[in-house]
Design a protein around this ligand. Structure first.
Ligand code: RIB
Ligand code: CA
Length: 313
């Protein structure tokens, strides 16, 4: 195997964030340099608590967690307890984490890491609002040229939005930050709702996770049992969309996904469509491509990968 791929996971756990972190922990192809937390699904104190709980469920208190932005760069925080529960990780019985938070701010950790590691060797995996990344870019614009790739869960186009008819939650919470990131020149891979709404936690898929029987697997199943109820109710679907692990799965098996290079702009002004990702899928604007936008996924292949890797924890 070649050198493990160095990644930073920026996250707002969140049950689906937990699945993504577990997938990364179970994959020796990846070297998690650190986990940075951001306010999103729930406030920062809880996302920072939840990241450590997830790591301790997996017996990995060695992975460093850095707390970041407690609000968006230019507007009040909006959270999603209605989806994730008041803890943000409702489902399993949760313990108080024993592992410490790092003293360094997440933004400074991101900047320092990108400056220390050879240029083009660190991948940013963003699973929540982009407040930390945008703040890092504002503070140290030179890091943009040092990022290997930024793979994000965020946005939507043919699928529309999930928090409003036009906007997906991660972009909606901090549209100014998202606009900064899409303008940064960093090579971006975007996993929008058009992909994540195709990876549903079908009963047969959750059953395979449950069969693993380990502490992390059971905790994940209990999280998913809670998390999916909102989307089942809303969409009448069999299971809920497992958004965030698509980011990690892309690093491990990019062939599971298909999409195309597009121009993506973010609406940050209109009250009606704020947070909308305007994806020029049909290439009509002539605007510069700034993201590889994914649209389709091999859902069975995705869940087989997730199950196999969680089984290694
Ligand atoms: O819209 C889905 C995204 O918002 C996921 O990352 C979920 O965890 C929430 O952060
Ligand atoms: Ca998330």
């Amino acid at each position: 195997m070649s050198e493990p791929r160095k990644i930073i996971i920026d996250t707002d756990p969140g049950q689906d964030d937990a699945a993504a972190i577990m997938l990364a922990l179970g994959s020796p192809e990846l070297d998690i340099l650190g986990i940075t937390t951001v306010a999103g699904n729930v406030p920062l104190t809880l996302t920072s608590r939840n990241a450590r709980i997830i790591l301790e469920f997996c017996g990995r208190p060695d992975v460093k967690v850095f707390a970041g932005a407690d609000k968006p760069v230019a507007r009040p925080l909006i959270t999603a307890e209605h989806v994730h529960g008041k803890t943000g990780l409702d489902g399993p019985e949760l313990h108080d984490p024993q592992m410490p938070l790092q003293a360094q701010h997440a933004v400074d950790f991101i900047i320092e890491t990108l400056k220390r590691e050879p240029a083009g060797t660190v991948t940013l995996c963003t699973l929540g609002p982009l407040s930390n990344i945008a703040t890092a870019l504002e503070k140290a614009p030179e890091i943009a040229g040092r990022v290997r790739e930024l793979v994000m869960m965020g946005g939507g186009f043919f699928e529309g939005g999930n928090i409003t008819p036009a906007a997906e939650f991660n972009i909606y919470v901090d549209p100014e930050a998202a606009a900064t990131v899409f303008k940064s020149g960093i090579p971006i891979v975007m996993m929008p709702l058009d992909v994540t709404h195709k990876v549903l936690t079908l009963k047969s898929r959750v059953a395979k996770l449950r069969e693993i029987g380990s502490r992390p697997a059971i905790a994940l199943v209990e999280m998913l049992d809670f998390f999916e109820r909102f989307d089942i109710e809303k969409y009448g679907s069999d299971g809920g969309p497992l958004h965030d692990p698509t980011v990690i799965a892309y690093l491990l098996k990019p062939e599971l996904f298909s999409g195309r290079d597009c121009n993506v702009e973010v609406e940050a002004a209109s009250p009606l469509t704020v947070g909308m990702t305007v994806v020029d899928w049909w290439q009509v604007t002539g605007r510069k491509h700034n993201a590889r936008v994914m649209k389709d996924v091999d859902a069975d292949g995705f869940f087989a990968l997730l199950t196999e890797r969680v089984g290694r924890l």
